[in-house]
Design a protein around this ligand. Sequence first.
Ligand code: SF4
Ligand code: SF4
Length: 468
Amino acid sequence: MDAEDSTQLVSLYVAQKKIYPRSVQGLFAKWRWGLVILTQIIFYGLPWLEWGQRQAVLFDLGARRFYIFGIVLYPQDFIYLTGLLVISALSLFLFTAVAGRLWCGYACPQTVYTEIFLWFEHKFEGDRSARMRLDAAPFSLKKLWRKGGKHLAWIAFSLWTGFTFVGYFAPIQQLGGDFIAGQVSAWGIFWILFYGFATYGNAGFMREQVCKYMCPYARFQSAMFDKDTLIVTYDEERGEPRGARSKKADLSTLNLGSCVDCSLCVQVCPTGIDIRQGLQYECIGCGACADVCDTVMDKMGYARGLVKYSTQNAMVNKWDGKQTLRRVMRPRVLVYTGILWLIIIAVFASLLMRTPFKVDVVRDRAALARIVQGGKVENVYRLQFMNAAEHALDFKLTAEGINGLQIVTEDTVNVPATEARWVTVRLQMPYDAAASGTHAIHFNIQSVDPQGQEVGHLSEKSMFLVPR
Ligand code: SF4
Ligand code: SF4
């Protein structure tokens, strides 16, 4: 036999096995559905809420305004987005330190939408074994109706999701009217289809593969776990040796642990893993295996908790629930909680205390400085007045920094509610009031509401150039 004959082609590719998660009921399933309902009421309902004459939550990218109930933000308020991102990241660290992938198992959009899509699948095709039989069955009208009906429901739900998503960036009532009249803009249609397609693909087909292969969080989660983190755990000492037995059998006479090897914990797992093999990175901590195992334990008349949320330390030291929870509140968790609250308070306090207007000063680059009638020196500026209040504001302008400096254009500017306005402002000073060169000056701006009450004031720095 020569070398060529002995060469064998070995494929390292393993086709993805389709997972058919079995439906499950129990405490953690209730929590998950509670969060699914809560998050979806917020997501689908929020864009329809009105606040005065406008949509309560609207991110108007065209006008560069972000409306969040009574708050109107401009791109210059980017710092609040940074604050929000820091709060989100710290919350994730905190929840992970306390109970592992709590976010993944209960509130992550991938989990939430997969759960909803599975609900549709269950309604059209039945539970796990019925779905497996349907997939293996040859083509028939019944199969066409079940599969076709499911996909139509998925597509309708995905398009509604895409429509809602776009409704956060364009007034949703108008968008709805345009949709009915067939007058949605090309960009609007693109984003509805794009987001709808992403929902359909991720929740209908990709499912656990997003968690396993695409989500970066799965990769670094283990760095945030320690021996006091609550994770879904199989009590190996109690469960092994596993094996089937009659319900009536006396456990003390059998050389068996509590696990009846029914494999239900594997069948309900949305990522298709076996929790009895220990903590695996694919586990999203959803608790479905704990729920189903508790029902098996109930049927067998054994104590619940063969699969449960527990910590490594609790398992080793055989702590009860109270002892475990006491240890979960460890210094690391308290430090995360403290920092998180500090940042939340700081962001909200600065949001509540901020002046509802902003002014940007830009020097006119075309004419740096010039001598005008009467021998005065003139500099020209462009001022942008941004009104973040829900009513019109008058801005009263003064300038200081050089003797005799005065505004020779309008010194009161009216800006309608939530609008921004650019205004050209000319400053003049007597020729000999300052030496040649640049001089620091300040624009003082006082804002007044329609009732004549001062809303706030601020001072913006700039430069005045005196030519030689
Ligand atoms: S559900 Fe419980 S009893 Fe059944 S195989 Fe899993 S761990 Fe064992
Ligand atoms: S092993 Fe259990 S907790 Fe982990 S993903 Fe599977 S069902 Fe959810």
